[in-house]
Ligand binder design. Sequence first.
Ligand code: SF4
Ligand code: SF4
Ligand code: SF4
Ligand code: FES
Length: 985
Amino acid sequence: MTGTIQITLNGQPMAVPAEANLLDYLRFKGIEVPALCYHPDLGAIETCDACIIEVNGELVRSCSTQLNEGDVVRTGTSEAFEAQMIAMDRVLRNHELYCTVCDFNNGNCTVHNTVKKLKIDHQATHQSPKGAPVNRGKFYRYDPDQCILCGRCVQACQNVQVNETLMIDWELERPRVIWDGNGSTLIDESSCVNCGHCSTVCPCNAMMEVGMEGEAGFLTGMLKDAFRPAVEVTKAVETGYTPLMAISDIEAEMREDRIKKTKTVCTYCGVGCSFEVWTKGRDILKVEPTPESPANQISTCVKGKFGWDFVNSGERLTKPLVREGNEFREASWEEAYELIAKNFKETIEKRGPERLAFITSSKCTNEESYLMQKLARAVVGTNNVDNCSRYCQSPATMGLWRTVGYGGDSGSITDIGSAELIIGIGTNTAEAHPVIATRVKSAQKVRGSKILVSDIRKHELAERADMFIRPNPASDLVWLNAVTKYIIDNDWHDKEFIAKHVNNFDELVKGLEKYTIDYAVQHTGLTKEEIIKVANMIHEAKSTVVMWAMGITQQRGGSDASTAISNLLLATGNYMKPGAGAYPLRGHNNVQGASDMGSMPTHLPGYQKIDDKEALAKFSKAWGRELNPEKGQNNHQMVDAMHDGELDILYLKGEDMGIVDSNVNYVRAGFEKLKFMVVQDIFFSKTAEYADVVLPAAPSFEKTGTFSNTERRIQRLYQVMEPLEGSKPDWIIIQEIANLLGANWNYTHPSQIMDEIAALTPIYSGVNYERLDGFKSLQWPVHEDGTDSPLLFTDGFPFDDKKARFAPVDWTEPTEYPAEYDIHVNNGRLLEHFHEGNMTYKVEGLVLETPGAFLEVSHELAAERGLEDGTLVRLQSPYGRVDVKTVVTDRVYGKEVYLPMNDSGDAAINLLSSSIADKDTSTPAYKETKAKLIILDKGGKSPLPKTNFRYGHRVPQMGVNVQKKWERRDYVFPGTIVKERRGGK
Ligand code: SF4
Ligand code: SF4
Ligand code: SF4
Ligand code: FES
């Protein structure tokens, strides 16, 4: 139903949107209605009854009322008020008002504010304990005696995050929130993934971040023994709630001055969650996402919500380091800079700019990546500049460039959540892009979308999928082509869309000839039925999105497999409409932005080609130097150049290349051949061990700038705290180095850098800091007038004829290994640690959850080789070896093993991987790694604590199951009580 309907509100006739939620509408009209359980991102939960008003003479909950034509709505009647007071009395039976000594008393406590607004001075039923202890986790804790049983936390855990850990046990005499369906399960022993949704949405101090405890208030830091007497004193002094509210409001206002709330953007994955960070000096009290957070609203994962201790780690670099023989010594910035300038200048003059190379970081800001490539091109004179998208995302970009012209997600995260069919190929979304996974899981659970997963490992999304296929490693292109062919052969392709919007259909049909179902069965290991079912699912869905990640891109044919995905989407008309399209999920927070900024050897900012004369002339003019038109080396080629003696200097910022590049033994040997190497980082990384100069940089909390997430969404991060003494933001360091080389740059704020980017980069042309103020964001292309592009393709595709093109692609068979290397070593991310772990291993709670690396082995392999949880094994590949302890699990199958990428020691995956790479982009074929397995020691302790969330037992249910509350013998709807009191009138 759309349009408007006519109602009467408090005697006034008015037209209201037909689908409006009554409570939202009343608030929109400025009519205050108390509501404790309602949250705009959670919908109606219907547990608190505080929102009761009168519709057509009946008392109803406004939060769940759907209006009908002719309805007569009255708010503020004495009956409604009486019902609201009954509801509030029940709420306050469950919550003790000790606001002045409460850490949650910061002006945003819904309980406090509602009591105040309703002018409640006393309550009929006094608060009483529920008889259960506080459940205390590493990151948040639950105090049942403060819990008003609103169920927001449960709704968030069950229906938004869909981790399905929480429920309210309505059967208990005094109901309360429980974990994994068991009243005695501790938070840290449950399936809880510590995403923090529950503590974010809790309207009071019941479910609260432990960082807040004893920190937020002036009086809340008192010792435990003093707390209870203080509460009693508070209550004795403040007779009635009115003075209590007044005093605590004054105290809350005073907190404003000492608690700083700063908007920033997460520095971990490419989802781009934004939130406010609450700090007291350098102490981080909590991270608070908001409904205004454009990519994530109230959602976060454990890293964004709780993974920030690293900024205050004692291991942070605070002084430049200079190599002396095999040792490093501390040096002044001046000395370090002098050394850099001398070496850079000498090499540029004597051996030429091509002897230098630059690696930017996809953890750093757009402005910093822009400056890094400007330093390489405009100051040094080389296009040898790259970023870590080479390790993961370049093939996806290539596949999209070939077919649809832009290398970016077709739409927004909301489009993924609104698709009828969500396909995930080679993406462990729940761990690598957790908040996107929440939208996928929620779409399935709440809205009935279908999930189709293709992966070699049964990760969480695969477990939940409506269909899960497990093709042979690196065979995705084959089934993708076969499905496309089957769809075309059955005349299911979108002929109208193709005729209007896509070129090369005949070439595609020809290219698909050999990809029969039989051929696919032979090479993928899938059954005929499975392949046909996939085709049917796509055919039957009105809209399909495909998300993919490193499981696709890190193959020898990664670009081609990505192209095959795009071909399939084009053939079925799944572009140019909401809820459809291609979603190459970007790994790092700013991997999209690092490439957008031209930190690539072949492209200037905004993907303007280095061999495009016009573009090059524009940049040459702006930068005051004739730029080099020859494409440079990518980071893969740089390593070969080090070995071949063709590269002398590497300047690398925020990238632990000596861990994350493939075949690191070879990479590190390359570093050793360099004449001079500069590493700029926040920690002394593995790569820093090979440097001549190490410069201490500042992490995202300590700087200003912008990140561009996987949805092409550009967002501002504000400085949460000053750089740790001795360290500097990367943009300042790069500018200082550029100026030592004669650049004369004078940026005093990153906004000036963005203005320059906008002037030179069409897809960023309308971007400026004002338009990105606060939680505002823009999705590129951004036109000069500031209009942006949530949906990437609306008016055709960015080619001269506005038409996309099919690009037929052929299968590249996976790398062959000698038979002795019989174990396929799959590898990738974990939820609780990020990448090589340089940051997350400095967060105590994350280390407690998962202290180190582990190798997942299958039950079949365990039985065959005699492996158990804790067996120490050696994996030996032709390139190196790792030693790691095993965990037996059904997530992997047969001779597949899974080694997370989060170790920088003996279990680092890239000690095993090869230098074999995607033929089109040089992205290493990490997923084509094989090894032999040797048992070193049996009977050790499991590397994964049994308290890890993976061992928990989820309790799926729809929301909070309020029906059970209503069925309780002691529950009567307040409206019914009021009616009875008034003699049924
Ligand atoms: S998974 Fe854990 S932290 Fe996340 S909402 Fe559920 S109970 Fe809360
Ligand atoms: S803990 Fe959960 S049920 Fe209790 S008040 Fe907080 S959000 Fe509501
Ligand atoms: S790691 Fe990713 S999903 Fe988690 S909070 Fe950060 S941006 Fe969001
Ligand atoms: S807000 Fe309507 S029942 Fe709680």
